[in-house]
Design a protein around this ligand. Structure first.
Ligand code: ADP
Ligand code: ADP
Length: 227
């Protein structure tokens, strides 16, 4: 389980990006986080994986506060997927996927096996493992990004507008693929989007954020957006 307890983040320029946010994500649940640009969604995800440090509050993963986790173990425990994908351009698809395993010191053979397993899991032919990111379509790059996020078998996946840069058809296809994978994998997921339809479709629960605060949370069927 992932639990945020009164989390705040103030950047050095005094911007209060996240303001006293408390949130629980149950095991195997997808929470979609929506809200206007600049409301603090990305910052909230980056606080959870410690790409940025919180100003106050506590974040618990499996009951242990994130500051008490070993940083490499925390990186393994949390898969992170972003819109720009962020694949390393000078590394092959295989090397990108096994990046987290490499920093964990996993053996070469195991890395190769895991990369092959993951590329199939995300619906791509193993021949893609030898390609470079520049040789992939947007949808393929996003699949590889997802495979990379799964490499360390994390329990938590943080997704920051993962399909935001894709055309509509690819986007709908990847949404369906992600939902069917989730049926199998049952990860604990926070999925950021500013597309309300995507939020309704992907989320077991929807959380609305504004000015750094959580202002509404509920099941898609109970959720209303004020015009
Ligand atoms: P969202 O993901 O919802 O668009 P962000 O978390 O990116 O929102 O940003 C929240 C607020 O924090 C915005 O006002 C943004 O300008 C500010 N902000 C984001 N990153 C930084 C940073 N590194 N330094 C200072 N302010 C930042
Ligand atoms: P370094 O500490 O080596 O500079 P970074 O923190 O810049 O590494 O992250 C390297 C890459 O790994 C980036 O593309 C980043 O998006 C990705 N990354 C960071 N945190 C995670 C995570 N928890 N899970 C998966 N990928 C991550």
């Amino acid at each position: 389980m992932l639990r945020l307890d009164s989390i705040s983040k103030q950047y050095p320029n005094n911007v209060q990006a996240v303001d006293n946010v408390s949130l629980e994500v149950a095991d195997g649940e997808i929470i979609t986080l929506i809200g206007p640009s600049g409301c603090g969604k990305t910052t909230l995800l980056r606080l959870i994986n410690r790409l940025t440090e919180k100003t106050s509050g506590q974040i618990f993963i499996e009951g242990k506060e994130i500051n008490r986790w070993n940083p490499i173990e925390l990186r393994r425990q949390i898969g992170y997927v972003i819109q720009q994908v962020g694949l390393f351009p000078h590394l092959t698809v295989e090397q990108n996927i096994s990046y987290v395993l490499r920093i964990m010191g996993t053996g070469k053979k195991k890395q190769r096996e895991r990369a092959a397993e993951l590329i199939s899991l995300v619906g791509m032919d193993p021949s893609y493992l030898r390609r470079y990111p520049a040789q992939l379509s947007g949808g393929q790059a996003q699949r590889v990004g997802f495979a990379r996020a799964l490499a360390g078998n994390p329990s938590i996946i943080l997704m920051d507008e993962p399909f935001g840069a894709l055309d509509q058809i690819t986007r709908l296809q990847l949404q369906d693929e992600l939902l069917s994978l989730q049926n199998e994998l049952k990860k604990t997921v926070i999925f950021v989007t500013h597309d309300i339809q995507e939020a309704m479709k992907m989320g077991d629960k929807i959380v609305l954020m504004r000015h750094g605060q959580l202002i509404q949370a509920g099941k898609p069927a109970d959720f209303f957006i004020r015009p």
